[in-house]
Design a protein around this ligand. Structure first.
Ligand SMILES: Nc1ncnc2c1ncn2[C@@H]1O[C@H](COP(=O)(O)OP(=O)(O)OP(=O)(O)O)[C@@H](O)[C@H]1O
Ligand SMILES: [Mg+2]
Length: 217
């Protein structure tokens, strides 16, 4: 039987994500100071403090879809700025992907991320190379899809997604912003890494660390 990922593991992943963002608040602030309005670190930190508290409360939804919806609502209200509704939409749309109730296999996890990405693109209207979080998330989802097609294990697939996300994040240094506040800088945005692409990278970094442990809860 294919390895299943449970709600408990997704919860562990998002707790790890919250911790990673909090540890890197200063970096996110610094990046958004260079090409934005210096609030991405603060926005994400505020959202992650709330997310951590909610995830540590005793009562957690058992069903993956309900769990992802509650994460989405927390991000929309907690993060704010442009990123809050964008991350919120990502999780809201991910929640509509098919699951087996309280577990998913790698193909379903991949589909969950694909639903999230499509929702995010519909909401923010950004394409690859616009220098946004899409530049991290899209290659990561494509790497997951390629790994599923090649019948790779979750560990191999998530490692490939992390690597693709990292390359995508670094690629934002080289390109000009065409969406969000950074686009006001035009060519002056070149040479700086996008803050949202950086916070999105941590989603895949922590997923590769947490979601590949068989039997972990
Ligand atoms: N249309 C969009 N689609 C996808 N991501 C976007 C879009 N607009 C902005 N972003 C992402 O949001 C990040 C900025 O988030 P932040 O929390 O700083 O909100 P903000 O200051 O209100 O954003 P901004 O003013 O840049 O729209 C950017 O680095 C970028 O990755
Ligand atoms: Mg900002």
């Amino acid at each position: 039987m294919a390895q299943e990922i449970t709600t408990k593991q997704l919860r562990k992943w998002l707790l790890a994500y919250a911790t990673r963002i909090i540890e890197n608040e200063a970096q996110l602030t610094e990046l958004d100071t260079a090409i934005g309005d210096a609030d991405h670190g603060v926005n994400m930190r505020r959202g992650m403090d709330i997310l951590q508290k909610r995830l540590q409360e005793k009562e957690q939804a058992e069903e993956i879809s309900a769990f992802l919806r509650s994460v989405a609502m927390t991000l929309i209200s907690g993060v704010g700025g442009a990123a809050g509704p964008l991350y919120g939409t990502f999780f809201l749309r991910a929640a509509t992907s098919p699951t087996n109730g309280s577990s998913i296999d790698l193909a379903q996890l991949t589909q969950m991320f694909r639903y999230g990405l499509d929702g995010l693109q519909q909401r923010g209207k950004a394409q690859a190379d616009d220098k946004t979080m899409i530049d991290t998330i899209q290659p990561a989802v494509e790497a997951l899809e390629a790994a599923v097609a090649a019948q790779q294990s979750a560990a191999v697939a998530l490692a490939a997604a992390r690597q693709a996300a990292h390359l995508g994040m670094k690629h934002t240094i080289e390109i000009e912003a065409r969406k969000g506040r950074a686009s006001y800088l035009g060519p002056h945005s070149i040479g700086h890494q996008d803050p949202g692409a950086t916070s999105a990278y941590f989603l895949f970094e922590t997923a590769a660390e947490v979601l590949t442990i068989t039997g972990a809860d």
